[in-house]
Write a protein that binds this ligand. Sequence first.
Ligand code: 5GP
Ligand code: MN
Length: 341
Amino acid sequence: MIKIPDTLKHLLTQIQQSAIIIHRNPDGDALGSGLALKQYLQKRDIKVDLVSPNEIPNYLKWLPGINDVLIFEQQTQKIQEILKNSQLIFTLDFNDLSRVGKDFEKYLKTLKDRTFVMIDHHLEPADYAKFKLSDSSKSSTSEMVYDFISALDGSNLIDQDMATCLYTGIMTDTGSFKFPNTTPHTMCIAADLMKKGINHNDIQIKIYDSFSLDKLHLLGEALNKLIFLPQYKTAYIALSRSDLKKHHYQKGDTEGFVNYGLSLKDADFAVMFLENEQEGVRISFRSKGNFPANAFAKRYFNGGGHKNAAGGRTQTNLDEAVQLFLEKLPEFITELQAKND
Ligand code: 5GP
Ligand code: MN
């Protein structure tokens, strides 16, 4: 259960305008939780806008309500005006303002007197929010938004569209209910969302069985490039700018690729390097069992995340990023060689 302070409950009966902000490069959980919370607040007659720092990936463009999401990179002035007039600003699915990108972060820091509400399941939450609903034991922010709405006695307001959004967030953050973050409570929520009339098979198909031929060819390229280092139980893939170009890369096309490394029998750590136009090299880290993928991301790649799923970046070129990784891997050899239960 989620504990909502009485002062926040009271504020929700007073305010007229609010905003919801999700992290840069939004995923199913960020958008699913954001869209559901938006619809809930609207049902309570609170004006609300949902803001994504940058564009929505194609594979999520079917979510109910997605066309009303505002994009900070494209509508900066309008969004600044909205945020100035918002009495409550919800931040979903991130633990630190840096996760919205430099320019947006800078602007948010000028809004210190606004009341921020963090709803998030990442470790080490920063201190910008007056109301910090942070719980890293939760599968997803969507699970927390479900609990948030329930704790406000709003379960009956969750309709089919909201349920579709929340289910998508939970499904994507749990790898379709297979990651260790899936709990009995997660399953109870999924069951309740099913009772709201969602088409779970259709959601699965829209997310996982709707790939373009280019994406599958890029996956072929990535799998051919997979390297396994048995002594470190580590598998990695490095995709260059020209690999992406060859297969007409669209944002989101590499979603899920990193997990293939972990599907190797003896791999406990999988990494994918992606050389990207704007952001230097983006790195995704995944692990099985106890190996802390987020520790690696944080120490050497300006990132962080969860124990089993983390991300980071460098401004170097691809070869340098891979070199740095290979150079630092031996520091983790004890943890990597430990029996992983
Ligand atoms: P992905 O590899 O899918 O981009 O990221 C995996 C997970 O790591 C995300 O769910 C997110 O929680 C976390 N993550 C990704 N990038 C960063 C980052 O730069 N900083 C932090 N703290 N977490 C990140
Ligand atoms: Mn999440």
